[in-house]
Write a protein that binds this ligand. Structure first.
Ligand SMILES: [Fe+2]
Length: 354
């Protein structure tokens, strides 16, 4: 074979291989690289009969306070964190070992961007490895960025969180224009010790009226069963309520009724979700602690109208880590409830520790 023929052969082979790769890539990314999950229809109606035993539960250990460790905005991406994902696993393991919680909550944006499947499965595996019940909700990035554009669809994400061995996650009703709304019942001596309202405020810009009706239906059902609301209930959500703005401004002005606890950092804008009446509703059903993520640059807790509004500490340095004025906003928030009061302790992780 002469030099010219060899060149023609090489060019032809290269063209065939390139074409094959192109066709494979087109088929893979257009049809195969999508993880749809099962479509589940779970219609809820206000006239449905409430069964307290349908709520996922977690027990308070005898003679001990109840401890919740919250991870906020881990924001893993399959592509961006392909080679460093384990750092967040080590950090989460460290935070769990330091605090030994009874429950782990995750206030959304566990993953972000469109390549989210490996990240999602990794987070679930790590959580299961801790052998502690966990309760996640969704943020505005869990299904992609922007909107529902990720390879792992909302149905797939719900299915995987529901399948987690230690997961308390429920996708909730599928006819309230929102996914992942549920309530965890904390039980002590066979009685309701606390209710944890897991509220989706991530996907839409506001908590909608149907969500509020659904949570009210559960709250009234528990009240009917127990004779009253529990002394203390929490709401966990992704985007902070507009009342966070009022609370922080009142705190800045030094109003006497705005007590604070823990660190007070405000590097981002305040608030996040639109006005929806949730705050008034929350007070009416005995919610006394609201915990939100989303604002990576904020970490504070203010008692406002007798409700603790907490902007939780962001977990991990991926996706909007704040490193400013010598402050590294990275770690997790620990809430302890002793039956009378709840306290907050932020556990900070120094930059470069993992
Ligand atoms: Fe967010």
């Amino acid at each position: 074979m002469n030099k010219k023929s060899r060149s023609i052969l090489v060019i032809s082979l290269t063209s065939v291989v390139s074409l094959a790769l192109g066709v494979f890539g087109y088929i893979y990314f257009s049809f195969l690289h999508h993880y749809k999950g099962k479509t589940v229809v779970c219609e809820w109606n206000e006239t449905d009969t409430f069964d307290i035993n349908s709520l996922p539960t977690v027990e308070v250990k005898k003679g001990q306070d109840f401890k919740i460790l919250n991870f906020a905005d881990i924001q893993l991406s399959d592509t961006e964190n392909m080679f460093n994902m384990n750092r967040i696993h080590k950090e989460m393991s460290y935070l769990v070992k330091q605090t030994k919680p009874d429950l782990i909550t995750l206030t959304g944006d566990q993953t972000w961007f469109n390549e989210n499947r490996t990240s999602l499965l990794s987070v679930i595996n790590w959580l299961d490895s801790f052998k502690i019940p966990y309760a996640p909700i969704f943020g505005n990035h869990d299904f992609g960025n922007p909107g529902h554009t990720a390879v792992a669809t909302p149905n797939y994400c719900c299915e995987k969180y529901e399948d987690g061995k230690y997961s308390l996650f429920r996708r909730g009703p599928t006819n309230i224009d929102s996914l992942g709304n549920y309530v965890v019942r904390v039980v002590k001596d066979n009685r309701t010790f606390s209710l944890l309202y897991m509220v989706d405020s991530g996907v839409n810009d506001r908590i909608n009226d149907k969500q509020i009706s659904y949570f009210n239906w559960i709250a009234q059902g528990v009240k009917e069963h127990d004779g009253d609301f529990p002394k203390k209930s929490y709401a966990f959500m992704h985007k902070p309520l507009p009342e966070y703005i009022d609370a922080y401004k009142a705190h800045e002005k030094g109003y006497p009724y705005t007590e604070t606890r823990g660190e007070m950092y405000n590097y981002y804008y305040l608030g996040g979700s639109e006005q929806n009446g949730f705050f008034s509703f929350a007070k009416s059903i005995g919610i006394s602690d609201i915990v939100a993520g989303h604002q990576h640059g904020n970490c504070f807790s203010i008692r406002y109208q007798n409700v603790w509004l907490t902007s939780a500490l962001k977990t991990g340095e991926f996706g909007g880590f704040i490193d400013k004025d010598g402050v590294y906003l990275n770690g997790a928030s620990l809430f302890t409830y002793n039956g009378f009061e709840s306290s907050l302790k932020n556990i900070f992780v120094t930059k470069g520790k993992f």
